[in-house]
Design a protein around this ligand. Sequence first.
Ligand SMILES: *Cc1c(COP(=O)(O)O)cnc(C)c1O
Length: 492
Amino acid sequence: MSKAQISKAQIPKSQTSKSLLAQIPQVERLLTHPDAQALIAQHGRSSVTTAVRQHLATLRAELTAMPADGTQTNVTVPDATLLLNQIGLRLAEAARTRLHAVHNLTGTVLHTNLGRSLLPEAAVEAVLQAMRSPVNLEFDLDEGGRGDRDNLIRPWITELTGAEDCTVVNNNAAAVLLTLNSLALRKQVVVSRGELVEIGGAFRIPDIMQRAGARLVEVGTTNRTHLPDFADAITPATAMLMKVHWSNYAISGFTAVVPEPELATLAHQHDLPFVVDLGSGTLTDLSVFGLPKEPTVQATLAQGADLVLFSGDKLLGGPQCGLIAGRRDLVARIRKNPLKRCLRVGKLTLAALEAVLRLYRHPEQLAAQVTTLRLLTRTREDIRAQVERLLPVVTAAVISQFRVQAIDLWGQIGSGALPVDLLPSAGLRLSPVAAGRAAGSSLNRLQERLRALPMPVVGYVRDGALHLDLRCLVDEAALVQQLPLWLGTPKH
Ligand SMILES: *Cc1c(COP(=O)(O)O)cnc(C)c1O
């Protein structure tokens, strides 16, 4: 503190400031007010007491900090009703829900920041049931004894993929970590330099490898890796050969990758497992639906992979989880690892996963039943029809500030699946009526308001306009209902 500040602080408070401070009610007295009782009924006694204490302390601090010369004569202490009204707003703000349903109008179907896949109704039902009722999570209904939660999923995965066994963990990152730690602790794992990817959200193959206690042996180059590169790297310390799906990037031009069957044969000649981190991992040939081709789990296993690791909430369209499918002896070793216990999934995940896997037994209905696939396979014509319906009502809602156009757009699958392949889509383009700098702030204000809606709307800005891709607009009625608030001042 400087000398000047010390001496200023020592000047006695003016009469005004002192008398104002004296007008601040006691916490206990304020709590007996009927309005405080109403707040207590709503928020509970301890939250209200804390809020009252904090509010009065803030008020006291403000009055104390007022200039001591009495220049701010218009300052008053609010009466009890007004104080409790302010405290009520503070409590309501603290009690508001943080996780909201939002409209994903980004054009990216599997948007990691927006929670990736949407669960089919059958999965929602299964989760509700598992939440409300005890379930046979680890109870063998045939024998009456203790069961393993993997038993619930094994029959579905073995039938759908041809794998001998499988286990489920929290996400695919956990599947990679657990597999490396179980099969390659203090040993070497051979991976092509072209596959040392970062997936986003800090998942990087070299880092996971290190944390798993495995030693990464890089072979080949960024763009070209050949079979002898792998063969030369195999030593007595090698634990496995591994292939990692590129996921979110592509290598094109002068490239070479070793086909899976050749890697599998090489691995097996040396009695090593060949493990594939498939990333998205679909169970169905997407090209049937007019989507770009992705290797399926069953095809990868058929090409000789001993274990295939994949996500539950990417192209599969299920809950967040990671699946490890393949050879029985390897899955058994993984299941025995104490880390498995740390990474296991709960009953809600298993309920949702089983319900989604059941849908895969009926491939003809997949595109209609699995929500993620339904959204991915929507045609541009279908989306355009929705755009035509919404164009007039959205225009009417924002006409004073924005010009609205129907526009063809290109969306993405997302979550690292097929990054170069775009989905033909359609949507609305909102460009500010204002020009120059005012246009930018008008656009920012609109986005802020859309984010503050009871059901926030998330689009993207490009070329000075807000774009709303309608591919993933699931609840059109909810969007329309909130249109009057788009230029208003909504609050969650
Ligand atoms: C997405 C992905 C992961 C991580 O999966 P999560 O389910 O997000 O944990 C790992 N490897 C690859 C190749 C991926 O594409």
